[in-house]
Write a protein that binds this ligand. Structure first.
Ligand SMILES: NC(=O)c1ccc[n+]([C@@H]2O[C@H](COP(=O)([O-])OP(=O)(O)OC[C@H]3O[C@@H](n4cnc5c(N)ncnc54)[C@H](O)[C@@H]3O)[C@@H](O)[C@H]2O)c1
Ligand SMILES: [Zn+2]
Ligand SMILES: [Zn+2]
Length: 402
């Protein structure tokens, strides 16, 4: 499978550097210009490429034929996720949170047919190594992950994907919900090990998309009291409207993790004079990856409780209170993506167990995908989950270049 599209028509491009996005002309003259995505509307396969400098470009990408066991999808909806700190090793189509419709089946595909609507599990493990054999295929070192170089992502019109890693979605689910199966999968995997239970105090750190899915999933699991933190008051206000029974705590940057934890523990103590360790969060789901938040989470969790770190951050966190965790027998756990979660995620949505639709604050047409990333990194604009949509009726037999 190749992703070597011709890099031309670089009219719609942006360089994303942390939280600032600069729109520049995609050609080499370097003059910033007001970009228009009009050209991309003429593309056969509008595709959003990222390069090692984090420059984003809309390109008319290649249209591939499905090989044995593969299908060609039209991606109808694809969520976006931060790329600020992501290492980009080569030019690649971005995106890994998607749903689409089957346009063409390769040889030997029996589980899908043209017209099936599907959610995309964006990983294809080797199925040969010991981890794959034990079923922990998310840990496979030879995984082909969509949107990580050299494997093409989902922010394009036509994506070839193994039929085995696609799941039919019922008519009741929209493509938007189909794309939300991916962040829900992260939390379905995380919550299994987090020991979240009926009537058990639970803390969620971070009210970004992942923290909000954790909040909805913890509520659906019956956790109570349920507290969520963030440094951003707007995100906490959103969390409160999303799951009204939760309580919110705004992180004060001047307080140390221990001082912050003492304030959060007060909420769980429900105003009682005497501290009651039993009321402290037996489960904490850390969903920021920020070292200060990880340390705060360590000090919040009840003695003998579980801390599930979902967040991804610095490779070394020297301030994690190792002996505090040891002496209190706190179970410090991690997850790396998901395995075997799409079927359950579909049931959760179909059964009304979790409804994540309110998280989608913006929808942007595929041809204007660069704008979606500018919006996401613009600190003056409020967004939670931004979806890139393609409402065109794509050809059943995509034109294949000779
Ligand atoms: N383990 C996995 O497989 C997996 C999968 C997906 C995402 N992630 C990680 O999960 C984390 C959350 O993802 P997201 O998409 O919600 O990211 P996000 O950046 O949109 O959200 C993070 C939230 O944390 C808040 N925050 C920052 N510092 C904080 C602090 N000190 N205390 C409390 N809140 C703080 C931010 O304001 C933001 O609302 C990221 O680190 C991401 O890389 C991990
Ligand atoms: Zn993502
Ligand atoms: Zn493997």
């Amino acid at each position: 499978m190749t992703i070597n599209g011709t890099i031309s028509n670089g009219n719609a491009s942006a360089i994303l550097n942390g939280v600032t996005a600069a729109v520049t002309n995609g050609h080499t003259n370097g003059h910033a210009k007001e970009h228009t995505d009009a050209e991309a509307y003429g593309f056969k396969n509008p595709s959003l490429y990222v390069d090692p400098e984090h420059k984003l470009t809309m390109v008319d990408g290649p249209i591939e034929e499905p090989g044995p066991g593969e299908v060609t999808l039209q991606i109808k909806c694809s969520g976006i996720c931060g790329i600020g700190s992501m290492e980009v090793k080569g030019q690649c189509i971005l995106g890994h949170e998607a749903a689409g419709v089957v346009l063409k089946c390769g040889e030997g595909v029996t589980n899908l047919k043209i017209g099936d609507r599907v959610g995309v599990e964006p990983q294809e493990p080797c199925e040969k190594c010991f981890l794959c054999r034990e079923g922990r295929y998310n840990l496979c070192e030879d995984v082909k992950f969509s949107g990580i170089w050299p494997y093409a992502g989902t922010i394009q019109r036509y994506k070839v994907h193994p039929a085995k890693w696609l799941y039919k979605i019922p008519d009741a689910l929209t493509y938007q919900e189909g794309a939300l199966l991916e962040p829900l999968s992260v939390i379905l995997h995380g919550i299994k090990g987090a020991n979240v239970k009926l009537g058990q105090p639970t803390l969620i750190c971070g009210a970004g998309p992942i923290g909000l899915v954790a909040l909805a999933a913890a509520r659906a699991s019956g956790a109570h009291p349920l507290v969520i933190t963030d440094v951003n008051a707007e995100r906490l206000a959103f969390a409160k409207s999303f799951v009204p029974r939760c309580e919110t705590y705004l992180i004060k940057p001047k307080l140390s993790p221990q001082e912050t934890a003492a304030e959060i523990r007060q909420i769980f103590n429900e105003g009682d004079e005497a501290h009651d360790e039993y009321k402290m969060p037996a489960s904490v789901m850390e969903c920021t990856g920020v070292e200060g938040s990880v340390c705060t989470a360590c000090y919040c969790v009840r003695r003998g409780g579980t801390l599930m770190v979902v967040g991804v951050g610095k490779s070394i966190m020297n301030n994690v209170p190792f002996m505090h965790l040891s002496l209190a027998e706190i179970d410090l756990k991690f997850i790396n993506r998901y395995r075997d979660t799409w079927p359950a995620a579909i049931q959760c949505m179909k059964g009304g167990i979790v409804d994540l639709n309110a998280m989608v604050t913006h929808k942007i047409p595929l041809e204007r995908a660069v704008e979606a990333f500018e919006l996401q990194t613009d600190p003056t604009k409020f967004s939670i989950k931004i979806h890139i949509t393609d409402d065109t009726e794509a050809l059943v037999e995509p034109a294949v270049p000779a």
